[in-house]
Design a protein around this ligand. Structure first.
Ligand code: ADP
Ligand code: ADP
Ligand code: MG
Length: 700
């Protein structure tokens, strides 16, 4: 059985000056060269497996991706058009021309883009190029939610109770919803990426949801067929990975749980699921295999289910492609899914049988998105001024893998998906995988754009996530008013106070050396300080306990008094303070600010100031700068394009009324009034590109 070595997966440390590895070994597979019709992390991911197999790679790129990592990594690259995906990555003729021009024998589509496009698979067949994915029929049947549900039903797979046909009118929808019983889920048959989906609890909501889904489906997919099914309350999203060859062999590689979602989109995934028992796992696996066989599936695919509280499971859809979250399966099964897809496409028989597939340990994936967790996860774009992910490693049974498609200095553009990396950990147990993830997130250093690392860190500390008692409504339940910056407290406050005090002490020592006050005198110092973090004042004494200023004992005074030993090799300019605090190894992110440092740890970010006692007395007398009043302004929440302004100067508006639509990263965002007022001035017009916090309009 071809084993995928987690350690070797982890050895791909990407740097911008990517050195092209000479292909020494002649490929023993049918393909000598493949093209990857995708970009970002998934293009890089496919290139790694191809290279491991001795297959040469061709990247394609748009104007916006000239300097992208996938282009640097591939052996060859072909320019395929303008930045907008519809003019480059989605143009079938251009992709085929690029394959012909370079002599690529097969194409891997990644996910998104052309991966589930039956016309693309057909066109490749006609052009004599192998598609590294399933056959046309499977894509067609499974690409349509209504058709696939009927098909699954016929193949004896459990489906969500509901109406199996298309629904023409809102009246019909209401009648059907009444029959099914509330709540119901209204869905677009062509839907994907969480689009064209609405929950309805009443007749009124059905009417509204039906119309909204229909128009969203039309604008997103050019297909407005709608169906309705029962909304399963507080379900868990659990999916089965299948793998099939062209010879009728199908296996399942166990499950992944993807219940942590926002806007019906996955944020955190894990394998295995903490909810399944062996019997349910087997039943879900066998139904998935039966479905794959019924549709004569080949390649890797995923059968998605929702599972209710009583472990009843229902088919949602089949994704006929490599899934974003496939790495967690790779880490628990030791199977390289991309390698398998390539072999299967080349006609090889599966060398893995069901009994070879085991569950080794636990794996968790965090999707690192360029989005602002404090602003309802709106996309963020710009330059990655700093991008320093934690090093990939496998040590003592603990693995960190980072699948990424970006590099420091590169740009996150508004044209594509906001996902910038997938951070994956693997450990013997779920608790250890979570702990390792928390540590890895602390080390993930990003500047220049907003990102969701603080949010992911907060979830890693969340008692409900840690206990495994989760459902798809976890984020909505736990963060009903959105994610707010947290203040440091307890253990975190102690760690941050120690790090702030240690940095201050190091600075003072450095200054004493510069002015030669220490000439020839190895004096051990102690300093009394007041540390202010998250508006909490903490009096402490910093004592140097060895010849170096690196080893300290911090004597906390007042409430929570006690001694903590602190040790680190940190030096000025390093973005990460890594060291031990009270015997525990911690990584704290350090950013210089006026008169102090901004420190980030465990999802908490706070300015930290260290004062002498006299400075502390004086600082408490300083006036506090008031934040400007923005309640009379509509500010642009993210960089984007103004699509529509729905009001005029002088209009009286009501709370909740739509004011303007701003588009960014494939998402249209409707900005609404927060209170009843009057529009006094409009500063933007449709077609304007706005920066974050640009004033769109002013109110009375
Ligand atoms: P997964 O189930 O693998 O997590 P997602 O639903 O998150 O997949 O989608 C994977 C990628 O494909 C995302 O980048 C998403 O934006 C994109 N995507 C999914 N469905 C569609 C679609 N129908 N049209 C365009 N993009 C899509
Ligand atoms: P997409 O093609 O956008 O991935 P899915 O049908 O896979 O659409 O659904 C995406 C998510 O929406 C699921 O993971 C689940 O959280 C939720 N969902 C979909 N259908 C239902 C349902 N009938 N009941 C409850 N939740 C659902
Ligand atoms: Mg889905």
């Amino acid at each position: 059985m071809p084993l995928f070595n987690a350690a070797s997966a982890g050895s791909f440390q990407i740097t911008t000056s990517f050195r092209k590895i000479e292909i020494k070994k002649k490929s023993k597979y049918m393909f000598k060269k493949i093209l990857i019709a995708n970009r970002g992390e998934i293009a890089c991911r496919v290139i790694k497996s191809a290279r491991k197999m001795g297959i040469a790679t061709v990247a394609v790129y748009s104007d916006a991706d000239k300097n992208a990592l996938h282009v640097a990594m591939a052996d060859e690259a072909v320019h395929v058009g303008a930045a907008a995906a519809a003019e480059s990555y989605l143009v079938i003729e251009k992709i085929i021309a690029a394959a012909k021009e370079t002599g690529a024998e097969a194409i891997h589509p990644g996910y998104g883009f052309l991966s589930e496009n039956a016309d693309f698979a057909k066109a490749l067949k006609d052009a004599g190029i192998a598609f590294i994915g399933p056959n046309v029929k499977a894509i067609e049947v499974m690409g349509d939610k209504i058709e696939s549900k009927k098909f699954a039903n016929d193949a004896k797979v459990n489906t969500v109770p509901g109406y199996m046909g298309e629904i023409e009118t809102a009246e019909e929808a209401i009648k059907i919803a009444n029959d099914i019983g509330y709540p119901v889920m209204i869905k677009a048959s062509a839907g994907g990426g969480g689009k064209g989906m609405r929950i309805a609890h009443s007749e009124g909501e059905v009417e509204e949801g039906f119309n909204a889904s229909k128009s969203e489906a039309m604008s997103s997919f050019g297909d407005d067929r709608i169906f309705i099914e029962k909304f399963i309350v507080e379900p868990r999203h659990i999916e089965i990975q299948v793998l099939a060859d062209k010879h009728g062999n199908v296996v399942y590689l166990n499950e992944r749980e993807c219940s942590i979602q926002r806007r019906n989109q996955k944020v955190l995934e894990e394998a295995p699921s903490s909810f399944l028992d062996e019997a349910t796992r087997k039943e879900m696996g066998e139904q998935s295999v039966a479905l794959a066989k019924a549709v004569e599936y080949e390649s890797a695919g995923t059968v998605e289910f929702i599972v209710d509280k009583d472990r009843n499971f229902y088919f949602l859809e089949m994704n006929t492609r490599l899934q974003v979250e496939h790495p967690v399966t790779e880490l628990i099964t030791d199977v390289d899914l991309v390698e398998q897809m390539i072999k299967v496409a080349a006609g090889e028989k599966l060398e893995i049988s069901q009994s070879d597939i085991k569950i080794n340990g636990w794996s968790i994936e965090s999707r690192i998105y360029a989005e602002d967790p404090y602003r309802n996860f709106l996309p963020s774009i710009g330059r990655l001024v700093r991008y320093q992910p934690p090093a990939e490693s496998t040590e003592n049974g603990l693995t960190i893998r980072n699948d990424t498609g970006v590099y420091e200095g590169g740009e996150i553009s508004m044209f594509y998906d906001p996902m910038i990396a997938k951070l994956i950990t693997h450990a013997p147990t779920r608790a250890e995988a979570i702990e390792h993830m928390a540590g890895a997130l602390d080390r993930f250093y990003i500047d220049g754009i907003q990102h969701n690392v603080p949010f992911l860190s907060a979830i890693m500390q969340h008692e409900r996530w840690v206990s495994g008692n989760i459902s798809t409504s976890f984020i909505a339940d736990e963060y009903p008013d959105g994610f707010e910056p947290r203040a440091a407290e307890g253990e975190e406050l102690k760690v941050l106070s120690c790090v702030a005090a240690a940095i201050d002490y190091l600075g003072n020592t450095r200054r004493r050396h510069i002015s030669d006050q220490m000439e020839g005198r190895p004096v051990v110092f102690a300093e009394d300080r007041v540390v202010v973090i998250s508006d909490v004042r903490q009096e402490l004494r910093v004592e140097q306990v060895s010849a170096e200023a690196d080893d300290l004992t911090i004597h906390f005074q007042g409430e929570g008094a006690g001694d903590v030993s602190v040790s680190s090799n940190w030096w000025f300019g390093q973005p990460l303070w890594v060291g031990s605090v009270d015997g525990k190894e911690v990584a704290v992110q350090v950013r210089p600010i006026d008169n102090g440092y901004e420190l980030s740890y465990s999802g908490v970010t706070s300015p930290a100031y260290v004062y002498t006692k006299r400075e502390a007395e004086l600082s408490s007398l300083m006036p506090i700068k008031e934040a400007p009043d923005t309640s009379k302004l509509l500010l642009c929440p993210m960089p984007g394009l103004v699509v529509n302004i729905m009001v005029e100067e002088g209009d009286e508006i009501k709370a909740g009324q739509s004011l303007c639509i701003v588009e960014a990263m494939k998402m249209e965002n409707i900005l609404r009034a927060e209170r009843d007022t009057v529009v006094t001035k409009i500063n933007a017009a449709p077609g304007d590109s706005l920066a974050v916090d640009a004033i769109i309009m002013e109110f009375e």
